[in-house]
Ligand binder design. Sequence first.
Ligand SMILES: *Cc1c(COP(=O)(O)O)cnc(C)c1O
Length: 481
Amino acid sequence: MAGHMTPEEFRRYGRQVVDWIADYQEKIESYPVLSQAGPGEVLNALPASPPEKGEGFDAVLADLDRVIMPGITHWQHPGFFAYFPANASGPAILGDLLSAGLGVQGMLWATSPACTELETRTIDWLAELLDLPGRFRSDGTGGGVIQDSASSAALVAILAALHRADGGAAGRDGITRRHTLYISSQTHSSLEKAAKIAGIGAANVRVVDVDPATLAMDPAHLDALLTEDTAAGALPVMVCATIGTTSTTAVDPVPAIGEVCRRHGVWLHVDAAYAGVAAVCPEFRWVNDGLAGYADSYSTNPHKWLLTNFDCNAMWVADRGPLIGALSILPEYLRNQATTSGEVIDYRDWQIPLGRRFRALKLWSVIRWYGAEGLREHVRTGVRLARDLASWIDADPGFELLTPHPFGLVCFRPRWDGMPDEEADAATLRLMERLNASGALYLTHTKVGGRVLLRMAIGSPATRDKHVREAWRRIREEAAG
Ligand SMILES: *Cc1c(COP(=O)(O)O)cnc(C)c1O
């Protein structure tokens, strides 16, 4: 029977694992970007039952190559242009390894003071790097916290907003009257999901109109819906504005939306999951417009475009009172002197679960390794490559380009001259399938105004000019048939 892995064994296998990852980084371009595995292929290659006797770690590494790798889609491949990027980086991987090595559960300050205090410092650093408002700093009325995802941040924001809107009544008695949430057709699906989880109900999610050209939320329609709902006896809980929507990176007018929220006394959450980190560059600080004056909560994902391995969402609130009011429960077994003294932060009160990983280690590692300069360079590279691609698309009469494209995402489609819309959309999807099956690149699609568009999101750390050039060459060639 195998006992615990000894430090000596760990040293040996650990070196093998680190070598394995470094080899993977070196040869990543030799894999097809999109996994070619069919449903059940990986599952059926795995034994149905667990081993009775322990096995050597060599056996795991052998199966990693044999069984697991064929079922991997290579998110770090320079030809990965699907969804949004999920950046990994050396310092983040090592930071996460250290977190695993320490095996800390950071639910309370007292369960590892460094886990809490490094997070406080690091999230304040990130607020400074992005030039976020002073209210979001931990020495102000609010503060930041690392969540697992923007979806969790949205749910936490709704719960805090609910607490502020009804003075804690829903948390105590359950929701006893109609509560409403305001989004647009372009808002991420996690908001509707959060409304269902929070008990607001999908039927009480109000969809605000968007400008058909820019896909930005219409503040006048928001105002009208809020007035109508309040008159009908509903309690508006929260409005979610988005900076850089998932479909096309559309930008909602936060200052105008914030003005409406203030007038109606409604919580404003700003979801900048993908695009918010662009504010590391001074030329992108406009993404913060309206945050200082109006946002009650804000979230962005270093795990998308800021070189920090999944999972790492950064969430800030302007006032931590309603957040802690909504989520704090202190059972006897968690009582401790530090918590009672009020001198420390217990981040369990800022999130849904009790337990929490030491995620600050990887973000701290990333910020120290790259510095502000390196982070800016990464964002600028993605934006520059996206602009190059957009200029080639724009110059090609066979293609149509969606504008604006302020960040690293470019949306476009072949014109398929003379084809009826429905056939053209089907042809665009078939083109995408052929490109993805080639293994050289991976694109996804969206729909705007009922029409299919291809999405090409540039921002993988490995993507260089030649990869974007090659992708465009293939797209043109495939479209020409
Ligand atoms: C990706 C995305 C989300 C969801 O992010 P997770 O961290 O995966 O939950 C939410 N909102 C927007 C605008 C996004 O682009």
